[in-house]
Design a protein around this ligand. Structure first.
Ligand code: SF4
Length: 562
């Protein structure tokens, strides 16, 4: 059973978050907020799908005022879904929004100070910067208090302020402190209608910053609800896997009161994924919900992988291996083809249902742990706990057989949080029946990449887009994927807007970022290479830049079956 981090209940309109409330599902529109009809239409589709809270981009004052029209239109259509205004760089827009809708999200990284390239801050400058937080927050809090509006203080890894980065680095510590500075001001002003979030495109970083947030909240006697999400997760299988692994790892810890699965797709597609993630944990929560403070203090918030003796596997691969029962010439090959791949090796099979205790195996042995529970994460974690306690260095292959179809999210939740922590030497997923478009070996490689355990292809950091996006990001991402998917290890960011894109593209090697209607800016790392490129030409120009910088190789020849 999971004991949840007990948070206080806050109300977003009629919806309760935190406390005994179920985990709530959020999403965000990607329409232009000035287009009331399109925005209302998308909000209705989201709520029909099961979305409980909807966020909208509010880049400026005009959009903030538009919220009133959107809200009124929704009320006319008998839709009272709570709305959140997403505000960056614009305290005035936040104040207007706070008087019109149920919640405002601000980013502490850009609410008070704009970045100027400054690297070092004196004590006096730090104090002045903190005072500015209070000066800027006080009017917003008073409006929130007057209208019963909630506030989300949401740190994003890519957009911490220069002052925070100079003090704490671009780290989970920096993300947590960035938000808590604002929270302390709210508490001084006796305002507690707060939700906090720590988001990053790097799944491990997102998980660690949230765990650290809980630890720090416990230290400071705080109990604010937490919103979870992996930003810039991308689309298709990769986006779903990253979101499920990051959000799932934290829900398994008992952390999280609302979730958003960000996909660079129609936002309606996010809802069934979020529902499936929540369903996985539905029956795992402890009825008594006793806060296990020690548990939260002991959750790792830095990477401490378990090193086993992988030489017994004899493949030369240092990262976790993929095992597979069959090979399809058109699909990626597994590292070890089963059932013969482990022949002649000293293998101990442990079946999840067996009472066999793992008391520590000789190091020349390979352990294959077969999970059998519907929700296998918990039995795998228990096995790992025993194995670590026994001090075994034997490599461990984690295995599960799935029947039925659509295993993507289930497999991500079963195994992702474990590989994310640097545990597991091999993954052996089997389907009772391979169905069209699903392949267990492909899924295994994707799952290992999404959890940061093994990189075998290009990594895409793509934002879900929002009202700030003025080009067809979904089509561009697909085009870029098709042309660059073979560039193993290269990170390419595809972002919707120039306001947040460059900061939030994290440590991408190349960036493709929206810059005005139908125009794109191209980056090499943080360096702007070209701007105002028409979107029809931008993918080819991006490839040109990749080639000029020596990071290109031709795609492998397609193998065609005869
Ligand atoms: S980076 Fe993407 S999601 Fe973030 S503000 Fe810009 S367009 Fe919106």
């Amino acid at each position: 059973m999971i004991n949840r981090f007990i948070t206080r209940e806050i109300k977003i309109g009629e919806i309760g978050i935190g406390g005994d409330n179920p985990i709530r599902i959020q999403s965000m529109t990607n329409t232009n907020t000035m287009d009331v009809n399109a925005t209302v239409e998308q909000i209705l589709r989201l709520t029909d799908a099961g979305c409980e809270i909807v966020r909208l981009a509010v880049p400026g004052i005009r959009e903030a005022h538009k919220l009133e029209e959107i809200k009124n239109e929704l009320i006319k259509l008998r839709c009272n879904v709570p709305l959140i205004a997403d505000v960056h760089f614009n305290p005035e827009a936040a104040i207007i929004a706070a008087s019109l809708i149920e919640k405002v999200r601000i980013n502490p990284g850009n609410y008070t100070d704009r970045n100027t390239g400054k690297v070092n801050f004196s004590d006096v400058e730090i104090l002045a910067s903190k005072q500015r937080i209070k000066d800027r927050m006080t009017p917003l809090i008073e409006v929130c208090r007057k209208y019963g509006t909630a506030l989300r203080i949401g740190s994003n890894h890519g957009s911490l302020s220069e002052r925070i980065v100079s003090q704490y680095g671009n780290t989970p510590e920096g993300m947590v402190e960035s938000a808590l500075e604002f929270v302390r001001v709210c508490r001084e002003l006796n305002f507690h209608n707060l939700v906090l979030s720590m988001k990053a495109s790097n799944v491990r970083l997102m998980v660690y910053s949230n765990r650290l947030l809980v630890k720090q909240m416990l230290n400071e006697n705080m109990d604010y609800p937490i919103h979870l999400g992996v930003t810039e997760a991308g689309n298709s299988a990769d986006g779903r896997l990253k979101s499920a692994i990051g959000i799932g790892a934290l829900l398994a810890d008992g952390i999280g009161d609302t979730i958003r699965v960000s996909l660079t797709e129609d936002p309606v597609n996010e809802i069934p994924v979020a529902q499936e993630i929540i369903k996985y944990f539905d029956n795992e929560y402890s009825v008594e919900k006793i806060p296990e403070v020690d548990h939260f203090f002991n959750l790792p918030h830095s990477y401490q992988p378990r090193y086993s003796d992988r030489s017994v596997l004899n493949t030369g691969e240092k990262s976790p291996l993929v095992l597979g029962s069959k090979t399809n010439p058109e699909e990626q090959k597994p590292d070890i083809v089963m059932p013969d791949g482990l022949a002649g090796k000293n293998v101990l099979f442990i079946h999840g249902n067996n009472a066999v205790k793992n008391d520590g195996q000789p190091n020349n042995q390979i352990i294959v742990f077969e999970a059998v529970r519907e929700h296998a994460l918990f039995e795998i974690k228990e096995f790992i706990r025993q194995n670590l306690k026994a001090g075994s260095e034997a490599p461990v292959i984690l295995r599960k057989k799935y029947s039925g179809k659509n295993f993507l999210i289930k497999a991500a939740l079963d195994f992702g949080p474990v590989f994310l922590e640097g545990y597991g030497d091999g993954l052996w997923i089997e389907y009772e029946k391979e169905t069209d478009g699903e392949n267990s070996v492909t899924l295994s490689f994707q799952l290992l990449q999404a959890s940061g355990a093994r990189i075998t292809k290009t990594e895409y950091i793509a934002c879900p887009s929002c009202g700030r996006t003025l080009y067809d990001i979904q089509a561009s991402l697909e085009k870029i994927r098709k042309k660059t998917g073979h560039l193993k290890g290269l990170k390419i960011a595809v972002m919707g807007c120039i306001v947040n894109g460059p900061g939030e593209m994290a440590d991408a090697d190349y960036g493709y970022i929206g810059m005005g209607a139908g125009k794109v800016a191209l980056f090499k790392g943080k360096l702007l290479m070209k701007k105002g490129v028409p979107e029809e030409e931008a993918v080819d120009q991006l490839i040109g830049i990749i080639k000029e910088n020596g990071d290109w190789c031709d795609p492998p020849q397609q193998v065609t079956s005869v």
